[in-house]
Design a protein around this ligand. Sequence first.
Ligand code: BG6
Length: 485
Amino acid sequence: MVSRVIPVENFDLVIFGGTGDLARRKILPGLYRRFCAGQMPEDSRIIGAARGDLDDAGFRKLIGEAIEEFVPKNRRDTQTIKDFTARLHYVAVDARGEKGWPELAKIVRQDVVTAFYLSVGPGLFGDIASRLHDYEIANPSSRIVVEKPFGRDLESAKALNAELASAFEESQIYRIDHYLGKETVQNLMAVRFANVLFEPLWNAQYIDHVQITVAETVSVDGRGAYYDKSGAMRDMVQNHLMQLLCLTAMEPPSKFDPDAVRDEKLKVIRALDDIAPENIVRGQYSAGDDGVASYVEHSEKPDTRTESFIAMKVDISNWRWKGTPFYLRTGKRLKARMSEIVIHFKETPHSIFDEDAGSHANILTIRLQPDEGMDMRVTIKEPGPGGMRLVDVPLDMTFAEALGPQTEDVPDAYERLIMDVIRGNQTLFMRGDEVEAAWKWTDPIIEGWTTRGDRPMPYEPGSSGPEDALMLLHRDGRRWREIRK
Ligand code: BG6
């Protein structure tokens, strides 16, 4: 079965920072794939805007090369790259000055969907937004897309929101968290709200605890300066893990509509308890046998106390979740690249079998990456004679196996999100109040360890993080799921 391609209207998409790393690695290769899928209408254009003095031909060449580099060989060919890059244009602009803006005003059409993707540092959001407005390049139905990091604390996030709000309505602002564009993240909503099976059990009465892991093998090499200012808490927890937690914990929205979904996520964030220091473990990776330097060396600050790993126990104070902790962990240079949400159900209230039979609990795993899928562990009788012995078996559904070729051409997170921008669908984007609420919860946690002067614990590359992170669960009589290769 071939995946369905929903047409979009003609558009002009302007990418500020169009020659930058994200544009070359993700945004333009993603658009190329949508072009190949037939989702870029004939008369649509992509306009790169950046400081450098390039022309259309130079930009086309640059992006052609990026596609060669970042799109797998079996998904590209020379002619299509040529056809795609023919849709590209370039305008040199000075985000803080006046250069290039009149040219941009001339080139951007007003009778098609217009979207402005700010793939630039947040320091430029305000400058660009106000010029788009003042030069009448943006109109009331234009969309503006901004990347993370959306601020570094509540105060800066509020300031960014205010800057954007001076030129755009909230309904025009698309704050990207690319985790929301991942296929399985959306599947989480389908599993919860399109099946009658799970929702009645989806609460503290039946769920013992939830584990959310986003483990990476990469280091922060080359991004040390950025990472040292953010750390795993700002880089991963405040946004990606928080979004996973929200979608897992939220109440069913009345419909799958941007505000209904975001209202429910916001309620979860507002119900998060403060976290006591003993419920947080932070770590920094040491140098590896493979010759990769330590976090401290990558950060270039010998006395850095920034974390490349964090694990925490989070409580949600509402009727649904009181008493069911959510354990979150994420880190770089870990054993494997693996992201999953694991729902540990409680044991049956009473066992009718002998003690020898053993006791078991159901576990539902939602795997985000690398191999997207779900796994439900159910308890059955171990086959054979010798009485009643219980054993857990997986009801495994790897989407690639179950759905075959349909899963091969699944758009990556960026492709999906950019097409949602063009369609004007904000469901998978963060609303301003949601981002602010997330910082409001995050700020005192960071402030806490900064004031106490806590040092992150070293951990071995290729491990599951510091020992203490294991203790966080052992202490409660629970265990993390193994981070597997
Ligand atoms: C980014 C973070 O937002 O997400 C990176 O800044 C991280 O540090 C990346 O590596 C992880 O994304 P993915 O899609 O590879 O899991």
